[in-house]
Design a protein around this ligand. Structure first.
Ligand SMILES: [Fe+2]
Length: 589
Protein backbone atom coordinates (compact mmCIF):
# COMPACT_ATOMS: atom_id res chain seq x y z
CA UNK A 1 0.00 0.00 0.00
CA UNK A 2 1.01 3.59 -0.51
CA UNK A 3 2.89 6.11 1.55
CA UNK A 4 1.89 7.18 5.04
CA UNK A 5 0.39 10.59 5.57
CA UNK A 6 -0.73 11.82 8.96
CA UNK A 7 -3.47 14.40 9.28
CA UNK A 8 -4.42 15.74 12.66
CA UNK A 9 -8.04 16.75 13.02
CA UNK A 10 -9.38 19.06 15.69
CA UNK A 11 -9.92 16.25 18.17
CA UNK A 12 -6.30 15.25 18.38
CA UNK A 13 -6.89 12.07 16.43
CA UNK A 14 -4.54 11.17 13.66
CA UNK A 15 -6.00 10.02 10.36
CA UNK A 16 -3.43 8.41 8.20
CA UNK A 17 -3.70 7.15 4.69
CA UNK A 18 -1.42 4.38 3.57
CA UNK A 19 -0.10 1.24 5.21
CA UNK A 20 -2.70 0.17 7.80
CA UNK A 21 -0.37 -1.73 10.09
CA UNK A 22 1.63 1.43 10.50
CA UNK A 23 -1.51 3.45 11.00
CA UNK A 24 -2.70 1.24 13.77
CA UNK A 25 0.47 1.63 15.74
CA UNK A 26 0.55 5.37 15.38
CA UNK A 27 -3.08 5.82 16.23
CA UNK A 28 -2.69 3.68 19.31
CA UNK A 29 0.44 5.47 20.36
CA UNK A 30 -1.13 8.86 19.76
CA UNK A 31 -3.83 8.03 22.25
CA UNK A 32 -1.36 7.18 24.90
CA UNK A 33 -2.13 3.51 25.33
CA UNK A 34 1.36 2.37 24.43
CA UNK A 35 4.38 4.06 25.92
CA UNK A 36 7.08 5.50 23.72
CA UNK A 37 9.56 2.67 24.23
CA UNK A 38 7.01 0.06 23.25
CA UNK A 39 6.09 2.15 20.24
CA UNK A 40 9.68 2.35 19.07
CA UNK A 41 10.06 -1.38 19.51
CA UNK A 42 6.89 -2.12 17.60
CA UNK A 43 7.62 0.28 14.77
CA UNK A 44 10.30 -1.94 13.31
CA UNK A 45 9.88 -4.73 10.80
CA UNK A 46 7.44 -7.41 11.84
CA UNK A 47 5.53 -5.08 14.10
CA UNK A 48 2.26 -5.97 12.45
CA UNK A 49 2.69 -9.67 13.06
CA UNK A 50 3.81 -9.01 16.60
CA UNK A 51 0.83 -6.87 17.38
CA UNK A 52 -1.89 -8.59 15.49
CA UNK A 53 -0.77 -12.17 15.52
CA UNK A 54 -3.10 -14.36 13.55
CA UNK A 55 -6.22 -12.58 14.74
CA UNK A 56 -9.02 -11.58 12.42
CA UNK A 57 -7.57 -8.17 11.59
CA UNK A 58 -5.15 -9.75 9.18
CA UNK A 59 -8.00 -10.52 6.77
CA UNK A 60 -8.79 -8.03 4.09
CA UNK A 61 -12.05 -6.19 4.31
CA UNK A 62 -14.19 -6.54 1.25
CA UNK A 63 -15.96 -3.37 0.19
CA UNK A 64 -14.27 -1.38 2.93
CA UNK A 65 -16.35 1.69 3.76
CA UNK A 66 -14.98 4.99 2.65
CA UNK A 67 -15.26 7.19 5.73
CA UNK A 68 -15.36 10.96 5.37
CA UNK A 69 -13.20 11.23 8.48
CA UNK A 70 -11.85 9.16 11.36
CA UNK A 71 -14.87 7.05 12.41
CA UNK A 72 -13.89 6.53 16.07
CA UNK A 73 -14.09 10.15 17.18
CA UNK A 74 -16.48 9.18 19.99
CA UNK A 75 -13.90 6.83 21.46
CA UNK A 76 -14.48 3.42 23.01
CA UNK A 77 -16.09 2.20 26.21
CA UNK A 78 -16.76 -0.97 28.14
CA UNK A 79 -19.31 -1.79 30.80
CA UNK A 80 -21.48 -4.14 32.84
CA UNK A 81 -18.66 -6.60 33.58
CA UNK A 82 -19.30 -10.21 34.60
CA UNK A 83 -16.83 -12.83 35.84
CA UNK A 84 -16.44 -14.10 32.26
CA UNK A 85 -17.15 -11.10 30.08
CA UNK A 86 -17.91 -7.48 29.49
CA UNK A 87 -19.71 -5.24 26.99
CA UNK A 88 -17.50 -3.44 24.48
CA UNK A 89 -18.85 -0.26 22.92
CA UNK A 90 -18.08 2.10 20.12
CA UNK A 91 -20.01 4.11 17.56
CA UNK A 92 -18.90 4.87 14.03
CA UNK A 93 -19.31 8.61 13.51
CA UNK A 94 -16.85 10.32 11.18
CA UNK A 95 -19.00 13.46 11.46
CA UNK A 96 -20.38 13.15 15.01
CA UNK A 97 -22.54 16.28 14.85
CA UNK A 98 -24.01 15.85 11.35
CA UNK A 99 -27.46 17.42 11.48
CA UNK A 100 -29.38 14.31 10.45
CA UNK A 101 -28.03 12.47 13.52
CA UNK A 102 -26.36 9.79 11.38
CA UNK A 103 -22.85 10.77 12.31
CA UNK A 104 -21.76 11.03 8.69
CA UNK A 105 -22.56 7.35 8.07
CA UNK A 106 -24.54 5.83 5.20
CA UNK A 107 -27.94 4.17 5.58
CA UNK A 108 -26.38 0.72 5.51
CA UNK A 109 -24.72 -1.67 7.92
CA UNK A 110 -20.98 -1.54 8.29
CA UNK A 111 -18.91 -4.42 9.61
CA UNK A 112 -16.85 -3.66 12.70
CA UNK A 113 -14.18 -6.06 13.86
CA UNK A 114 -13.11 -6.24 17.49
CA UNK A 115 -10.29 -7.78 19.47
CA UNK A 116 -9.75 -8.48 23.15
CA UNK A 117 -6.19 -9.06 24.31
CA UNK A 118 -4.58 -9.98 27.60
CA UNK A 119 -1.83 -7.41 27.04
CA UNK A 120 -1.87 -3.83 25.89
CA UNK A 121 0.34 -4.58 22.88
CA UNK A 122 -2.21 -7.09 21.59
CA UNK A 123 0.40 -9.84 21.56
CA UNK A 124 -2.02 -12.28 23.17
CA UNK A 125 -5.40 -11.83 21.52
CA UNK A 126 -7.89 -13.98 23.39
CA UNK A 127 -11.22 -13.14 21.74
CA UNK A 128 -12.19 -11.51 18.47
CA UNK A 129 -15.09 -11.23 16.12
CA UNK A 130 -17.09 -9.09 13.73
CA UNK A 131 -20.38 -7.30 14.34
CA UNK A 132 -22.57 -5.29 12.03
CA UNK A 133 -23.13 -1.72 13.09
CA UNK A 134 -26.55 -0.70 11.91
CA UNK A 135 -27.96 2.67 10.90
CA UNK A 136 -31.05 1.97 13.06
CA UNK A 137 -28.80 2.20 16.12
CA UNK A 138 -26.62 5.02 14.79
CA UNK A 139 -23.87 2.53 13.89
CA UNK A 140 -23.23 1.87 17.56
CA UNK A 141 -21.68 -1.43 18.54
CA UNK A 142 -22.41 -3.38 21.73
CA UNK A 143 -20.30 -6.53 21.83
CA UNK A 144 -21.08 -8.90 24.71
CA UNK A 145 -17.78 -10.70 25.02
CA UNK A 146 -17.75 -14.00 26.90
CA UNK A 147 -15.15 -16.63 27.69
CA UNK A 148 -12.85 -14.31 29.63
CA UNK A 149 -11.22 -15.11 32.95
CA UNK A 150 -12.51 -13.59 36.19
CA UNK A 151 -10.96 -10.53 37.84
CA UNK A 152 -8.53 -9.80 35.01
CA UNK A 153 -7.68 -6.69 33.06
CA UNK A 154 -8.15 -6.86 29.30
CA UNK A 155 -7.49 -4.54 26.38
CA UNK A 156 -9.77 -4.07 23.41
CA UNK A 157 -10.08 -2.19 20.16
CA UNK A 158 -12.17 -2.04 17.00
CA UNK A 159 -11.50 -1.83 13.30
CA UNK A 160 -13.84 -0.60 10.58
CA UNK A 161 -12.63 -0.51 7.01
CA UNK A 162 -8.98 0.34 7.42
CA UNK A 163 -9.51 2.50 10.50
CA UNK A 164 -8.49 1.36 13.99
CA UNK A 165 -10.04 2.62 17.20
CA UNK A 166 -8.19 3.82 20.27
CA UNK A 167 -7.40 1.04 22.74
CA UNK A 168 -9.60 0.63 25.78
CA UNK A 169 -8.81 -1.15 29.03
CA UNK A 170 -11.41 -3.07 30.97
CA UNK A 171 -11.70 -5.64 33.74
CA UNK A 172 -13.89 -8.61 34.50
CA UNK A 173 -15.45 -9.09 37.93
CA UNK A 174 -14.22 -11.76 40.35
CA UNK A 175 -15.75 -15.24 40.27
CA UNK A 176 -19.08 -15.41 42.08
CA UNK A 177 -18.48 -15.74 45.80
CA UNK A 178 -14.69 -15.37 45.48
CA UNK A 179 -13.01 -13.86 48.55
CA UNK A 180 -11.79 -10.43 47.47
CA UNK A 181 -9.54 -8.40 49.78
CA UNK A 182 -10.15 -5.07 48.08
CA UNK A 183 -12.11 -3.28 45.41
CA UNK A 184 -11.86 0.29 44.14
CA UNK A 185 -14.46 2.19 42.19
CA UNK A 186 -15.47 5.79 41.60
CA UNK A 187 -18.91 7.20 41.15
CA UNK A 188 -19.86 10.34 39.26
CA UNK A 189 -22.92 12.24 38.07
CA UNK A 190 -24.19 15.46 36.51
CA UNK A 191 -21.96 16.70 33.72
CA UNK A 192 -23.66 19.79 32.32
CA UNK A 193 -21.34 20.51 29.37
CA UNK A 194 -21.82 24.28 29.41
CA UNK A 195 -21.06 24.65 33.13
CA UNK A 196 -17.46 23.50 33.12
CA UNK A 197 -14.67 21.29 31.86
CA UNK A 198 -14.45 17.58 32.63
CA UNK A 199 -11.09 17.82 34.38
CA UNK A 200 -12.43 15.48 37.05
CA UNK A 201 -12.62 12.72 34.44
CA UNK A 202 -9.04 13.30 33.41
CA UNK A 203 -7.99 12.78 37.02
CA UNK A 204 -10.30 9.80 37.36
CA UNK A 205 -8.65 8.17 34.33
CA UNK A 206 -5.31 8.29 36.19
CA UNK A 207 -6.71 6.36 39.18
CA UNK A 208 -6.39 2.64 39.74
CA UNK A 209 -10.02 1.52 39.61
CA UNK A 210 -11.96 -1.66 39.01
CA UNK A 211 -15.09 0.15 37.92
CA UNK A 212 -16.84 3.48 37.40
CA UNK A 213 -20.49 3.97 38.30
CA UNK A 214 -22.40 6.83 36.66
CA UNK A 215 -25.53 7.93 38.51
CA UNK A 216 -27.21 10.09 35.91
CA UNK A 217 -27.46 13.46 34.20
CA UNK A 218 -24.94 12.23 31.65
CA UNK A 219 -26.29 14.84 29.24
CA UNK A 220 -28.52 17.88 29.71
CA UNK A 221 -31.37 18.55 27.33
CA UNK A 222 -31.29 22.36 27.30
CA UNK A 223 -30.55 24.75 24.46
CA UNK A 224 -27.54 27.07 24.53
CA UNK A 225 -27.22 29.10 27.74
CA UNK A 226 -30.70 28.27 28.99
CA UNK A 227 -29.29 26.76 32.19
CA UNK A 228 -26.55 29.09 33.38
CA UNK A 229 -24.04 28.24 36.12
CA UNK A 230 -23.53 30.73 38.96
CA UNK A 231 -19.96 31.19 37.70
CA UNK A 232 -21.14 31.54 34.08
CA UNK A 233 -21.13 29.06 31.22
CA UNK A 234 -17.82 28.16 29.63
CA UNK A 235 -18.99 26.05 26.65
CA UNK A 236 -22.11 26.01 24.50
CA UNK A 237 -24.61 23.32 23.60
CA UNK A 238 -24.99 22.42 19.93
CA UNK A 239 -28.46 23.60 19.05
CA UNK A 240 -31.75 24.24 20.82
CA UNK A 241 -33.43 22.10 23.44
CA UNK A 242 -33.54 18.49 22.24
CA UNK A 243 -36.67 16.50 21.40
CA UNK A 244 -35.97 14.22 18.44
CA UNK A 245 -33.74 11.18 18.03
CA UNK A 246 -31.17 13.05 15.86
CA UNK A 247 -31.03 15.80 18.48
CA UNK A 248 -30.51 13.39 21.39
CA UNK A 249 -27.86 11.52 19.39
CA UNK A 250 -26.00 14.71 18.65
CA UNK A 251 -26.13 15.84 22.26
CA UNK A 252 -24.57 12.55 23.37
CA UNK A 253 -22.00 12.93 20.58
CA UNK A 254 -21.14 16.46 21.69
CA UNK A 255 -20.52 15.29 25.25
CA UNK A 256 -18.55 12.23 24.15
CA UNK A 257 -16.28 14.34 21.97
CA UNK A 258 -14.81 15.65 25.23
CA UNK A 259 -11.35 14.14 25.60
CA UNK A 260 -11.42 13.77 29.36
CA UNK A 261 -14.74 11.94 29.31
CA UNK A 262 -13.47 9.63 26.58
CA UNK A 263 -10.33 8.94 28.59
CA UNK A 264 -12.34 7.83 31.63
CA UNK A 265 -14.50 5.56 29.46
CA UNK A 266 -11.44 4.01 27.83
CA UNK A 267 -9.73 3.37 31.17
CA UNK A 268 -12.36 1.35 33.09
CA UNK A 269 -15.61 -0.56 32.66
CA UNK A 270 -18.60 1.64 33.50
CA UNK A 271 -21.94 0.79 35.03
CA UNK A 272 -24.41 3.50 34.11
CA UNK A 273 -27.87 4.57 35.12
CA UNK A 274 -29.77 7.70 34.22
CA UNK A 275 -31.59 10.44 36.08
CA UNK A 276 -33.94 13.00 34.56
CA UNK A 277 -31.85 15.17 32.22
CA UNK A 278 -31.14 12.29 29.86
CA UNK A 279 -34.76 12.97 28.87
CA UNK A 280 -36.20 16.06 30.54
CA UNK A 281 -35.87 17.92 33.83
CA UNK A 282 -37.84 16.27 36.67
CA UNK A 283 -39.93 13.98 34.49
CA UNK A 284 -41.71 11.12 36.21
CA UNK A 285 -42.73 7.93 34.43
CA UNK A 286 -44.81 9.15 31.49
CA UNK A 287 -45.51 12.61 32.82
CA UNK A 288 -43.54 15.47 31.29
CA UNK A 289 -42.77 18.55 33.31
CA UNK A 290 -43.59 20.91 30.46
CA UNK A 291 -46.47 21.47 28.12
CA UNK A 292 -46.10 18.37 25.95
CA UNK A 293 -49.01 15.94 25.85
CA UNK A 294 -48.36 12.48 27.29
CA UNK A 295 -48.21 11.07 23.76
CA UNK A 296 -45.68 13.68 22.64
CA UNK A 297 -43.67 13.11 25.79
CA UNK A 298 -43.57 9.35 25.23
CA UNK A 299 -42.18 9.95 21.74
CA UNK A 300 -39.57 12.18 23.26
CA UNK A 301 -38.78 9.61 25.95
CA UNK A 302 -38.41 6.90 23.30
CA UNK A 303 -35.93 9.05 21.35
CA UNK A 304 -34.00 9.90 24.50
CA UNK A 305 -33.86 6.28 25.71
CA UNK A 306 -32.75 5.02 22.32
CA UNK A 307 -29.94 7.59 22.06
CA UNK A 308 -28.90 6.70 25.62
CA UNK A 309 -28.74 3.00 24.75
CA UNK A 310 -26.84 3.77 21.56
CA UNK A 311 -24.13 5.64 23.46
CA UNK A 312 -23.67 3.46 26.55
CA UNK A 313 -21.93 0.10 27.03
CA UNK A 314 -25.16 -1.74 27.87
CA UNK A 315 -26.27 -5.32 27.30
CA UNK A 316 -29.00 -6.48 24.91
CA UNK A 317 -31.35 -6.71 27.89
CA UNK A 318 -31.42 -2.90 27.83
CA UNK A 319 -32.38 -2.48 24.18
CA UNK A 320 -35.29 -0.03 24.33
CA UNK A 321 -38.77 -1.08 23.27
CA UNK A 322 -40.45 2.14 22.24
CA UNK A 323 -40.61 4.39 25.30
CA UNK A 324 -39.56 1.57 27.67
CA UNK A 325 -36.07 0.46 28.56
CA UNK A 326 -34.91 -1.93 31.26
CA UNK A 327 -32.03 -0.31 33.12
CA UNK A 328 -32.19 -1.64 36.68
CA UNK A 329 -29.83 -4.52 37.15
CA UNK A 330 -27.35 -6.12 39.55
CA UNK A 331 -23.60 -6.52 39.53
CA UNK A 332 -21.73 -8.75 41.98
CA UNK A 333 -18.09 -8.30 42.95
CA UNK A 334 -16.99 -11.59 44.48
CA UNK A 335 -18.11 -11.90 48.08
CA UNK A 336 -17.24 -8.27 48.74
CA UNK A 337 -19.91 -6.15 47.10
CA UNK A 338 -23.17 -6.33 45.26
CA UNK A 339 -24.43 -3.30 43.32
CA UNK A 340 -28.15 -2.83 42.86
CA UNK A 341 -28.35 -0.29 40.06
CA UNK A 342 -31.70 1.48 40.28
CA UNK A 343 -33.88 3.43 37.88
CA UNK A 344 -35.92 5.88 39.97
CA UNK A 345 -37.31 7.82 36.98
CA UNK A 346 -39.11 5.46 34.65
CA UNK A 347 -41.64 3.99 37.07
CA UNK A 348 -42.14 6.59 39.79
CA UNK A 349 -45.34 8.26 40.94
CA UNK A 350 -45.66 11.93 40.08
CA UNK A 351 -43.96 14.31 42.52
CA UNK A 352 -46.17 15.34 45.42
CA UNK A 353 -47.27 18.97 45.78
CA UNK A 354 -45.83 20.01 42.42
CA UNK A 355 -42.32 18.71 42.96
CA UNK A 356 -40.43 21.53 44.68
CA UNK A 357 -39.35 21.99 48.29
CA UNK A 358 -42.46 21.53 50.37
CA UNK A 359 -43.61 20.85 53.91
CA UNK A 360 -44.69 17.29 54.68
CA UNK A 361 -48.05 16.63 53.02
CA UNK A 362 -50.57 13.80 52.78
CA UNK A 363 -49.62 12.89 49.20
CA UNK A 364 -45.90 12.58 50.03
CA UNK A 365 -46.77 10.49 53.11
CA UNK A 366 -49.08 8.08 51.29
CA UNK A 367 -47.95 4.58 52.28
CA UNK A 368 -48.38 3.17 48.77
CA UNK A 369 -46.24 5.81 47.07
CA UNK A 370 -43.40 4.51 44.96
CA UNK A 371 -40.25 5.92 43.37
CA UNK A 372 -39.13 2.56 41.93
CA UNK A 373 -42.40 1.01 40.81
CA UNK A 374 -43.62 -2.25 42.28
CA UNK A 375 -41.67 -4.69 40.11
CA UNK A 376 -38.32 -2.99 40.68
CA UNK A 377 -38.95 -2.78 44.44
CA UNK A 378 -39.69 -6.50 44.60
CA UNK A 379 -36.57 -7.21 42.54
CA UNK A 380 -34.50 -5.03 44.89
CA UNK A 381 -35.79 -6.61 48.10
CA UNK A 382 -35.40 -10.14 46.69
CA UNK A 383 -31.85 -9.28 45.67
CA UNK A 384 -30.96 -7.88 49.08
CA UNK A 385 -32.43 -10.93 50.81
CA UNK A 386 -30.45 -13.29 48.59
CA UNK A 387 -27.16 -11.41 48.62
CA UNK A 388 -24.05 -13.06 50.01
CA UNK A 389 -21.99 -9.88 49.73
CA UNK A 390 -20.42 -7.96 52.59
CA UNK A 391 -21.42 -4.57 51.15
CA UNK A 392 -24.81 -4.10 49.56
CA UNK A 393 -24.77 -0.99 47.43
CA UNK A 394 -27.81 0.85 46.11
CA UNK A 395 -26.48 2.83 43.13
CA UNK A 396 -29.18 5.36 42.43
CA UNK A 397 -30.08 8.92 41.54
CA UNK A 398 -31.67 11.12 44.18
CA UNK A 399 -31.03 11.98 47.87
CA UNK A 400 -32.07 8.98 49.98
CA UNK A 401 -31.72 10.26 53.56
CA UNK A 402 -34.13 12.85 54.91
CA UNK A 403 -32.87 16.36 54.20
CA UNK A 404 -34.79 19.08 55.96
CA UNK A 405 -34.22 22.53 54.45
CA UNK A 406 -36.52 24.21 56.99
CA UNK A 407 -35.38 25.97 60.12
CA UNK A 408 -36.59 24.77 63.52
CA UNK A 409 -39.83 22.84 63.57
CA UNK A 410 -40.91 23.79 60.05
CA UNK A 411 -39.81 21.02 57.71
CA UNK A 412 -39.13 21.63 54.02
CA UNK A 413 -38.33 18.54 51.95
CA UNK A 414 -37.48 17.86 48.30
CA UNK A 415 -40.49 16.24 46.66
CA UNK A 416 -38.27 14.97 43.80
CA UNK A 417 -36.03 12.94 46.17
CA UNK A 418 -36.85 9.94 48.40
CA UNK A 419 -38.23 12.48 50.90
CA UNK A 420 -41.14 12.79 48.48
CA UNK A 421 -41.69 9.02 48.42
CA UNK A 422 -41.83 8.02 52.08
CA UNK A 423 -43.68 4.78 51.31
CA UNK A 424 -40.79 3.53 49.17
CA UNK A 425 -38.09 4.58 51.63
CA UNK A 426 -39.87 3.18 54.67
CA UNK A 427 -40.45 -0.18 52.99
CA UNK A 428 -36.81 -0.50 51.95
CA UNK A 429 -35.30 0.67 55.26
CA UNK A 430 -37.77 -1.46 57.18
CA UNK A 431 -36.81 -4.52 55.13
CA UNK A 432 -33.09 -3.83 55.63
CA UNK A 433 -33.55 -3.61 59.40
CA UNK A 434 -35.89 -6.58 59.69
CA UNK A 435 -33.76 -8.91 57.56
CA UNK A 436 -30.50 -7.59 58.95
CA UNK A 437 -29.12 -6.98 55.45
CA UNK A 438 -25.34 -6.83 55.48
CA UNK A 439 -23.93 -3.28 55.35
CA UNK A 440 -26.27 -1.32 53.09
CA UNK A 441 -24.62 1.67 51.41
CA UNK A 442 -26.54 4.07 49.19
CA UNK A 443 -24.58 6.04 46.59
CA UNK A 444 -26.30 9.07 45.09
CA UNK A 445 -25.94 11.84 42.51
CA UNK A 446 -28.37 14.57 41.40
CA UNK A 447 -27.75 17.40 43.87
CA UNK A 448 -24.42 18.77 42.56
CA UNK A 449 -22.86 18.72 46.02
CA UNK A 450 -21.09 16.24 48.27
CA UNK A 451 -22.85 14.95 51.36
CA UNK A 452 -22.49 12.02 53.78
CA UNK A 453 -25.32 10.75 55.94
CA UNK A 454 -26.46 8.04 58.31
CA UNK A 455 -29.60 6.18 57.29
CA UNK A 456 -32.15 5.74 60.05
CA UNK A 457 -35.53 4.13 60.38
CA UNK A 458 -36.90 7.41 61.77
CA UNK A 459 -34.83 10.46 60.86
CA UNK A 460 -36.87 12.64 63.24
CA UNK A 461 -36.01 10.51 66.26
CA UNK A 462 -32.46 11.02 67.57
CA UNK A 463 -32.73 7.63 69.33
CA UNK A 464 -33.66 5.73 66.18
CA UNK A 465 -30.91 3.24 65.24
CA UNK A 466 -28.67 3.68 62.20
CA UNK A 467 -29.37 1.03 59.59
CA UNK A 468 -27.16 2.13 56.71
CA UNK A 469 -24.92 4.77 55.17
CA UNK A 470 -25.31 7.19 52.29
CA UNK A 471 -22.54 8.84 50.27
CA UNK A 472 -23.80 11.57 47.95
CA UNK A 473 -21.38 12.56 45.22
CA UNK A 474 -21.01 16.01 43.74
CA UNK A 475 -21.27 16.83 40.04
CA UNK A 476 -18.53 16.53 37.44
CA UNK A 477 -19.33 20.04 36.16
CA UNK A 478 -22.97 21.00 36.82
CA UNK A 479 -23.30 24.11 38.93
CA UNK A 480 -19.98 25.65 37.89
CA UNK A 481 -16.95 26.14 40.14
CA UNK A 482 -18.69 25.89 43.50
CA UNK A 483 -17.03 26.47 46.85
CA UNK A 484 -16.26 24.44 49.93
CA UNK A 485 -19.33 25.42 51.90
CA UNK A 486 -21.57 28.35 52.79
CA UNK A 487 -23.89 29.43 55.57
CA UNK A 488 -26.95 27.86 54.00
CA UNK A 489 -25.26 24.45 53.73
CA UNK A 490 -24.03 24.75 57.31
CA UNK A 491 -27.52 25.41 58.54
CA UNK A 492 -28.81 22.28 56.75
CA UNK A 493 -26.07 20.18 58.32
CA UNK A 494 -26.97 21.65 61.72
CA UNK A 495 -30.67 21.03 61.14
CA UNK A 496 -30.13 17.36 60.20
CA UNK A 497 -27.99 15.59 62.84
CA UNK A 498 -27.77 12.43 60.70
CA UNK A 499 -26.02 14.45 57.94
CA UNK A 500 -22.28 14.46 58.57
CA UNK A 501 -20.70 16.32 55.69
CA UNK A 502 -21.20 18.90 52.99
CA UNK A 503 -18.91 20.15 50.26
CA UNK A 504 -19.93 22.25 47.25
CA UNK A 505 -17.05 21.70 44.81
CA UNK A 506 -16.89 19.61 41.63
CA UNK A 507 -15.39 16.12 41.37
CA UNK A 508 -16.27 12.52 42.11
CA UNK A 509 -16.20 10.02 44.95
CA UNK A 510 -13.59 7.27 45.02
CA UNK A 511 -14.58 4.25 47.09
CA UNK A 512 -12.22 1.66 48.50
CA UNK A 513 -13.86 -1.47 49.85
CA UNK A 514 -12.38 -4.18 52.04
CA UNK A 515 -14.09 -6.74 54.26
CA UNK A 516 -13.52 -4.32 57.16
CA UNK A 517 -14.64 -1.00 55.70
CA UNK A 518 -16.19 0.98 52.87
CA UNK A 519 -14.18 4.17 52.49
CA UNK A 520 -15.39 7.15 50.46
CA UNK A 521 -12.79 9.72 49.38
CA UNK A 522 -14.39 12.96 48.26
CA UNK A 523 -12.17 14.02 45.37
CA UNK A 524 -12.67 17.70 44.52
CA UNK A 525 -11.36 20.38 42.17
CA UNK A 526 -10.97 24.09 43.01
CA UNK A 527 -12.55 25.10 39.67
CA UNK A 528 -13.98 23.76 36.41
CA UNK A 529 -14.35 27.08 34.57
CA UNK A 530 -10.81 26.64 33.27
CA UNK A 531 -9.00 23.51 32.22
CA UNK A 532 -6.23 21.87 34.18
CA UNK A 533 -7.38 22.16 37.79
CA UNK A 534 -5.57 19.95 40.33
CA UNK A 535 -7.50 17.47 42.43
CA UNK A 536 -7.37 16.61 46.10
CA UNK A 537 -9.24 14.55 48.63
CA UNK A 538 -11.38 16.99 50.59
CA UNK A 539 -12.45 14.41 53.17
CA UNK A 540 -12.63 10.67 53.69
CA UNK A 541 -15.45 8.85 55.43
CA UNK A 542 -15.82 5.18 56.28
CA UNK A 543 -18.64 2.87 57.04
CA UNK A 544 -17.21 0.06 59.15
CA UNK A 545 -18.37 -3.54 58.76
CA UNK A 546 -21.34 -4.10 61.05
CA UNK A 547 -21.44 -0.45 62.14
CA UNK A 548 -23.76 1.52 59.88
CA UNK A 549 -23.18 5.25 59.55
CA UNK A 550 -20.62 7.62 58.04
CA UNK A 551 -17.56 8.29 60.19
CA UNK A 552 -15.08 10.92 59.10
CA UNK A 553 -11.50 9.63 59.10
CA UNK A 554 -9.71 12.57 57.50
CA UNK A 555 -10.24 15.98 56.04
CA UNK A 556 -10.45 19.42 57.49
CA UNK A 557 -13.40 20.00 59.78
CA UNK A 558 -16.24 21.40 57.80
CA UNK A 559 -16.77 24.55 59.85
CA UNK A 560 -13.03 25.33 59.99
CA UNK A 561 -12.82 25.94 56.25
CA UNK A 562 -16.20 27.55 55.79
CA UNK A 563 -16.22 30.66 53.70
CA UNK A 564 -19.38 32.46 52.80
CA UNK A 565 -19.66 32.03 49.07
CA UNK A 566 -22.46 32.64 46.64
CA UNK A 567 -20.86 30.27 44.16
CA UNK A 568 -22.52 27.15 45.55
CA UNK A 569 -25.57 26.10 43.60
CA UNK A 570 -28.03 25.22 46.36
CA UNK A 571 -31.04 23.02 45.72
CA UNK A 572 -33.52 25.93 45.56
CA UNK A 573 -31.21 27.71 43.12
CA UNK A 574 -30.74 24.57 41.04
CA UNK A 575 -34.51 24.02 40.84
CA UNK A 576 -35.16 27.65 39.95
CA UNK A 577 -32.39 27.82 37.31
CA UNK A 578 -33.73 24.67 35.66
CA UNK A 579 -37.29 25.94 35.81
CA UNK A 580 -36.08 29.11 34.06
CA UNK A 581 -34.31 26.97 31.49
CA UNK A 582 -37.50 24.98 30.88
CA UNK A 583 -39.44 28.18 30.31
CA UNK A 584 -36.79 29.72 28.07
CA UNK A 585 -36.64 26.76 25.77
CA UNK A 586 -40.39 26.52 25.31
CA UNK A 587 -40.57 29.98 23.79
CA UNK A 588 -37.63 29.24 21.52
CA UNK A 589 -39.25 26.11 20.12
FE1 LIG B 1 -27.86 17.23 37.57
Amino acid sequence: MGSTKAVENGDGFVSISGNWEKRRIETTNRLGSIDRRTFMKLSGAGAAALIFGTGPFTERVVAAPNFSGYPFKLGVASGDPLPDGVVLWTRLAPEPLAEDGRGGMPQESVAVRWQVAADENFGRIVRWGTVNSQPELAHSVHVEVGGLRPHRPYFYRFKAGSEISPVGKTKTTPALGAAIPRMRFSFASCQMYEHGYYTAYWHMAQEDLDLVVHLGDYIYEYGPNEYVALTGNVRTHNGPKIFSLPEYRNRHALYRRDRDLRAAHAAFPWVVTWDDHEVQNNYTDELPEGELTTEEFLQRRAAAYQAYYEHMPLRRSSVPKGPDMLLYRRLTYGNLAEFNVLDTRQYRDDQAAGGGLDPPNPEQQGPSRTITGEAQERWLLDGLAGSGARWNVLAQQVFFAQRDFGVGDDQLLSMDAWDGYLGSRNRILGFIAERNISNPVVITGDVHNNWAADLKIDFNDPGSPKVGTEFVGTSISSGGDGADTDLRAQSIVAENPHIKFFNGQRGYVRCILSPESFRADYRVLPYVSQRGAPIHTRASFVAADGQPGAQQVSGEPIFGTARASRAIESDPERLEAQRRADRGSRSSR
